[in-house]
Design a protein around this ligand. Structure first.
Ligand code: PEP
Ligand code: MG
Length: 322
């Protein structure tokens, strides 16, 4: 089996009936890029930049960030790289920011909420990203977007920093795609409105499932409610993909669900364009997809959407893919 996977390393990802999708990797540091290349990743679908901010005693400078982003873009050699802006808060803390303790950190002051408030932090990151943009195919993604107003405000900061850098004579790419994570149910429901203004969506199922099921993703006692195959989740995913396609935009997924072998047939059937997962899952996923018919998976997904429970969906997937 490993020999079979190795042969797929430099191949595109194509279903049995000729439908192309993109398999990308989630990374946390520039060093992870080696693993992406070794495992045949077609891009980076999620670069979690919080690690640049963690494990040090003060904020990373614009220069430190620029070097990290540039390294990733250069080493990916023109393949797409989706960089997520700072997603701190929730389970990830930054001691030097000295933020007050919250009753419900996952529902609190985190990610884009913090960035829109702490403009100094956000603008520094955006400047580093914009400067790095000439070194590859950079795509910028905002985390935890709950309203269109948040997206527009964040985009405004980006445009302001871009204008300033240009005025300073810096070269900035004009091809930077700008997207959002869809990980809050309000945004998944309102995807048709967002799709008019973003270039792409990436569905963050780790949080989307947590917020849809109202079940803390860190709490073992409610882990039975973490249900990627629940038809409620599948309907949200479908809504996001369809909304993007209606506007000619693409949708990826960067939560754990994207690399799950039971979910992959459903996601292929729902028309997901990009799957971003841990690098070591890429070749098994490419092999799995090469044996699936996208047309059959479309029928599978349509049936799954009409079921009542996650267990029924998992059973249906087993019966229709074996
Ligand atoms: C997600 O929420 O699915 C996601 C990819 O982001 P994180 O796991 O970093 O919250
Ligand atoms: Mg998340």
């Amino acid at each position: 089996q490993i020999a079979e996977w190795k042969k797929l390393r430099d191949k595109p990802t194509v279903s049995q009936d000729g439908i192309h999708v993109e398999l990308a990797a989630n990374i946390g540091t520039p060093n992870d890029v080696n693993g992406v290349i070794d495992n045949g990743g077609e891009g980076v679908g999620l670069y979690r930049t919080e690690f640049l901010y963690m494990g040090r005693d003060k904020l990373p400078s614009e220069e430190i960030q620029y070097n990290a982003y540039r390294t990733v873009l250069e080493n990916m050699k023109g393949k797409p790289v989706v960089v997520r802006t700072l997603d701190i808060g929730g389970d990830k803390e930054l001691p030097y920011l000295d933020l007050p303790k919250e009753m419900n950190p996952f529902l609190g002051f985190r990610a884009i909420r913090l960035c829109l408030d702490r403009q100094d932090i956000f603008r520094t990151q955006l400047r580093a990203l914009l400067r790095a943009s000439v070194h590859g195919d950079l795509r910028i993604m905002f985390p935890m977007i709950a309203t269109l107003g948040e997206f527009r405000a964040a985009r405004e900061f980006l445009l302001e920093e871009k204008a300033k850098l240009k005025a300073e004579g810096k070269e900035i790419s004009d091809q930077i795609q700008l997207g959002i994570m869809v990980e809050i149910p309000s945004t998944a429901v309102l995807a048709d409105q967002f799709a008019k203004e973003v270039d792409f969506f990436s569905i963050g199922t780790n949080d989307l499932i947590q917020y849809t099921m109202a079940a803390d993703r860190m709490n073992e006692r409610v882990s039975y409610l973490y249900q990627p195959y629940n038809p409620a989740i599948l309907r949200l995913v479908k809504n996001v993909i369809d909304a993007a396609h209606a506007e000619g935009k693409w949708t990826g997924m960067c939560g754990e669900m994207a690399g799950d072998s039971t979910a992959i047939p459903l996601l292929l059937g729902l028309g997901l364009d990009e799957f971003s997962m841990s690098a070591t899952s890429i070749l098994p996923a490419r092999s799995q997809i090469s044996k699936l018919s996208a047309a059959d998976m479309k029928e599978l997904a349509a049936k799954a959407l009409q079921l009542g429970t996650a267990e029924e969906v998992a059973m249906l997937v087993q019966s229709m893919t074996n």
